[in-house]
Design a protein around this ligand. Structure first.
Ligand code: GSH
Length: 457
């Protein structure tokens, strides 16, 4: 049996399973020098839609005036497991580009190939050093950013077992990479030179994967130049045409308890498609391992009797009060507080003697608040880092919807069990005053200086 690419290389796909990719239809300049551009010699990309790795080649094609077609009716887990496909990529992974000269796998190699189809393509850098810098940032995106996102995201989606130490390592390494990137982007609009290069395409696609799925605003806001860069890139017409509208993840996906079983191919038969209009890459169909989420069951906290307290009103009051905090914000809090719909909790870190290094202690709190993202709709919190010298004490105050610390938070956020939780008795004035002092970041707090106070809102 002939492989797909062999049959197509002789002039169009034998099975006719290809449709035109939306995008530039300009004839491809014969960048390799060996081939003469001919209308039937097109590049065919095998992928499910919505695959950030495939986006790289599609965006590069838009910038380069290269025609890339998408296979139609590609079914993840089926089409990529056929003998024909495995001849193109023995790993059975997508994307794969079928070129008239043979197949190419690995998305960065594919994107480079597409860019090279245009002579002197500025996407690849306009001088030797620029070319090296393009390669540098492509590798940075592949080896520093992508694995960090994957090790943070995939255990939470249940693709690989979850371990909080792995997650902490992934987050720390991602923050280190984004920190370096942020520094570079503070004085550069693009990664290399003064226009978009392949490095911007590859990095933006990798960031997209993280920002759309797990890197919430509270994660990215520490990297304002990265944020500005990312949103500018994904809103450029050639990116937008391929990726579509991008929305930042609003919460960190809760940990799936068990690793998802490997997906079985649904059927052995590759469907024949009816010739229809060109597929639109921005219609995002999740790849096999990233299927569209099933409708979530309602959060039990949404089933509680309605409360007169509107959490967002309190958060707004807290954020907007700049003067007379006691008189305005604290008084406002108690006016709004609904002890039937909400409860207040003190938390006390159990292992304060370990808090011997200030920045490690601060990172610990930062990580905790990051992981609390999943309860943002139902909670407000203050975390104080107390003491002017080590060991620092961590104490906090939390307002939760309902009368208990929500079970899903206890289950999902491993930090929770590192703290002692005590419900605030609001009939006790001393406890109420402690609540006030914590909301207010009162210093000294219980006789000690504050190293930092962080708010979760
Ligand atoms: N390093 C590869 C990654 C390819 C990859 O992991 N592809 C996933 C979809 S994004 C896949 O095909 N998975 C199917 C499988 O593992 O069998 C690239 O950049 O192309």
């Amino acid at each position: 049996m002939q492989s797909g690419w062999q049959s197509r290389a002789r002039g169009g796909r034998a099975d006719g399973q290809v449709e035109m990719q939306a995008g530039s239809m300009a004839g491809r300049p014969g960048g390799t020098g060996k081939r003469v551009a001919a209308s039937r010699e097109v590049e065919v990309l095998h992928t499910g839609a919505g695959n950030k790795n495939a986006f790289k080649a599609l965006i590069a094609a838009e910038y380069s005036g290269v025609k890339v077609e998408l296979t139609k009716n590609f079914e993840m887990g089926v089409s990529n497991k056929t003998p024909e496909f495995l001849k193109m990529n023995p790993l059975g992974k997508v994307p794969v580009l079928e070129t008239p000269d043979g197949p190419v796998f690995e998305s960065n190699a594919i994107a480079r190939y597409v860019a090279r189809l245009k002579d002197d393509n500025p996407l690849l850098g306009s001088s030797r050093i620029e070319q090296a810098h393009v390669e540098q940032w492509v590798d940075f995106a592949a080896t520093e950013v992508d694995p960090g996102v994957a090790w943070y995201l995939y255990p939470r989606l249940g693709y690989i077992p979850y371990a909080h130490t792995t997650e902490e390592t992934a987050i720390a390494s991602l923050k280190r990479s984004l920190g370096a990137l942020n520094t570079h982007l503070a004085s550069n609009t693009y990664l290399v030179g003064h226009s978009v290069t392949l490095a911007d395409i590859v990095l933006t696609c990798n960031l997209y994967h993280g920002i759309a799925r797990i890197l919430t605003k509270s994660f990215t806001s520490d990297f304002p130049h990265v944020e500005r860069y990312f949103w500018t890139m994904v809103n450029r017409p050639n990116f937008k045409k391929v990726i579509g509208e991008v929305k930042q993840a609003e919460s960190v996906p809760p940990v799936q308890k068990k690793a998802a079983p490997p997906k079985e191919p649904k059927a052995k038969v590759v469907k024949k498609e009816a010739p229809k209009e060109a597929p639109k890459p921005k219609v995002v169909e999740a790849p096999a391992e990233e299927e569209a989420p099933k409708p979530k069951p309602k959060n039990p906290l949404d089933l509680l009797p309605p409360s007169k307290m509107v959490l967002d009103d309190w958060k707004r009051l807290y954020s907007n009060t700049k003067t007379n905090f006691r008189e305005v914000a604290i008084k406002g809090f108690w006016d709004m507080y609904d002890p039937e719909g909400y409860s207040l909790w003190f938390c006390d870190y159990k292992y304060n003697d370990e808090n011997t290094v200030s920045f490690v202690t601060l990172n610990k709190v930062g990580g905790f608040l990051q992981r609390m993202d999943l309860v943002r709709k139902y909670a407000f919190g203050k975390m104080l880092v107390i003491g002017s010298e080590p060991p620092f004490k961590l104490k906090g105050l939390w307002l939760f919807r309902g009368q208990e610390v929500p079970k899903f938070v206890m289950d999902e956020v491993y930090d929770m069990e590192l703290y002692e939780w005590t419900k605030v008795d609001i009939s006790d004035e001393a406890q109420k005053e402690r609540v006030n002092a914590m909301i207010e970041d009162q210093e000294p707090f219980e006789g000690e200086a504050l190293l930092d106070a962080k708010c979760f809102k």
